[in-house]
Write a protein that binds this ligand. Structure first.
Ligand code: GLA
Length: 526
């Protein structure tokens, strides 16, 4: 009896204990991220950040959790990742840091978030920059793989489309707007192109760079995203201003900004661009590198060269693969009107001058219809002085490079407008013969003398000062191929003739500056 009483009591106690534990669990439930934190977050996650235009930026997080410590990496693509540091998961709160760049220019991207229902709700921000928000869900290795490789065509020479007999001139959205460009910006830039006098100076193309793309419709047709409600209407608007319009894509599945590329849809996309009324395509290698090797670029670009011709619409074809695989030797053969020769420019004297002064060895590949492209202009974006921007404009013109302004045409100062619309300098760039520039000076010298033969026997001569202080630079007329003192020479920035006598001409050139001359040889030398 006692035993059974005791037994019952024990039973009652244990029922009570269970009930209490249940109550406690109920009370603590809202705060019980502790139990959620015990969800081990080790594994591969697809992190989608809405870009605000109907698309998502997609990253992969490869995480490993050991207790409260989290290690791993953020993967931007199959072969591009950055390790995470300072990672921990505490009470369901996840925190880690990703470092970008090399010292002393490193930047920290700090991720913070919570783990809930086996999802990671994350925010990330560079110091002083807007916060990005997104959700990561579990995924597997397959999601990381690029689509299957499509066979490449046999090589042939794509017929010349007859366009770009002089280097293309216009404006491109990337340098100033990057991923923020909208339909409204493009329309306003077309307006400003006309009202500023840029159109009258020869600038023609209004080119939309990356981040206009939306998703593909069920038939595989590319659509534009929320920032660009109607591409055909936009093209009509730009055309109504007497201008032409350009678009951007990639031969890979994704563009460099992670938007839809043309992989496997080349003809379909070319047809869409033609239907919308586009006149120019910049075709950027980007994620094609996950599928093809660099020495397979030629057939990949040939595909699009053929597709553009097939549309029957005249469309300038701009190759952007950063000068890999000696593109200047085959760019014209894939139907290219211009090809990038370098990695991206930025708005600094160092980058602009490093690019601009490294182009002479390949100058001979440039010719009417087919141009070396040392990247778009940064003139007016604020990172260089007017002196340096004059050098940028002069150097690009001596190189017969495309002149694609990259600044905000709506708000540019008079001095920037003057630089971009200097008709005498533009005439050097646009010389109908497109003859290559020649460096006359010693390659190691900071005093760079360039010469370029022009139509009609004239000669462009540039005295460039790469040094950080002014210096006197001398050109000897015989070094630039003249047998006599020229009869006449005109300074294209001062808009004044200079006196020519004797065998040489010397000018004191400001630091990072230029003296650009158009020289009229004596009759016998022409
Ligand atoms: C690459 C190109 C740039 C620009 C961006 C867009 O970096 O070189 O000119 O088009 O992609 O994502």
């Amino acid at each position: 009896m006692n035993n059974s009483k005791n037994a019952r009591r024990v039973g009652i106690y244990s029922v009570n204990a269970l009930f209490c534990a249940f109550l406690l669990a109920l009370i603590l439930a809202p705060f019980s991220s502790v139990s959620i934190a015990q969800t081990n977050i080790t594994g591969l996650w697809l992190y989608k950040i809405p870009t605000g235009d109907g698309n998502y930026r997609e990253l992969f997080l490869d995480l490993k959790q050991d207790g409260e410590t989290v290690t791993g990496k953020v993967m931007f693509s199959l072969n591009r990742s950055t390790p995470i540091s300072d990672g921990n998961l505490h009470d369901g709160k996840l925190h880690f840091v990703v470092m970008f760049g090399r010292p002393p220019r490193t930047r920290q991207l700090v991720y913070d978030g919570t783990v809930k229902d086996d999802k990671l709700f994350l925010t990330s921000a560079f110091p002083g920059r807007p916060t990005m928000q997104g959700v990561a869900e579990r995924t597997d290795e397959k999601a990381l793989q690029p689509p299957p490789r499509l066979p490449l065509p046999a090589l042939h020479d794509v017929p010349d489309n007859g366009l770009a007999r002089t280097p293309p001139m216009g404006w491109n959205s990337w340098n100033k707007f990057a991923g923020k460009v909208t339909d409204k910006d493009v329309r306003e830039m077309a307006d400003a192109m006309v009202s500023s006098g840029m159109k009258a100076a020869g600038y023609t193309y209004i080119n939309i760079d990356d981040t206009w793309e939306g998703q593909r419709d069920p038939d595989g047709n590319i659509t534009s995203n929320l920032k660009f409600p109607d591409m055909k209407a936009l093209a009509d608007y730009v055309h109504s201003k007497g201008l032409k319009i350009g678009i951007y894509s990639s031969p890979g599945p994704k563009t460099c900004a992670g938007y839809a590329g043309s992989y496997g849809h080349e003809q379909q996309d070319a047809d869409t661009y033609a239907k919308w009324g586009f006149d120019y395509l910049k075709y950027d290698w980007c994620s094609a590198s996950e599928i093809y090797k660099n020495d397979e670029m030629r057939p990949v670009y040939q595909n699009m060269g053929d597709a553009l011709l097939q549309t029957g619409r005249p469309i300038v074809f701009s190759l952007c693969q950063y000068g890999e695989d000696n593109v200047w030797t085959w760019g014209a053969k894939v139907g290219g009107n211009l090809w990038r020769t370098t990695d991206d420019i930025n708005d600094t004297w160092k980058r602009m001058s490093d690019i601009g002064f490294s182009q002479f060895d390949i100058a001979k590949y440039t010719r009417p219809g087919h141009w070396n492209d040392p990247d778009m202009l940064e003139i007016g974006n604020g990172g260089m002085t007017d002196e340096e921007y004059r050098t940028h404009m002069s150097l690009w013109s001596m190189l017969a490079a495309p002149l694609l302004a990259g600044n905000d045409l709506r708000t540019m100062s008079d001095s920037i407008k003057e630089i971009l619309t200097n008709s005498e300098v533009i005439a050097i760039d646009q010389d109908p013969e497109g003859k290559p520039v020649r460096r006359i000076s010693d390659p190691a010298s900071t005093a760079v003398v360039l010469a370029r033969p022009l139509h009609g026997g004239y000669l462009a001569v540039g005295l460039f000062n790469r040094a950080d202080q002014p210096q006197a630079i001398t050109v000897s007329w015989s070094d630039v191929g003249l047998t006599e003192t020229p009869s006449h020479a005109h300074d294209l920035w001062k808009h004044a003739d200079i006196a020519t006598s004797g065998a040489t001409y010397t000018a004191t050139v400001p630091a990072h500056g230029v003296v650009l001359l158009r020289v009229t040889p004596t009759k016998s030398a022409r």
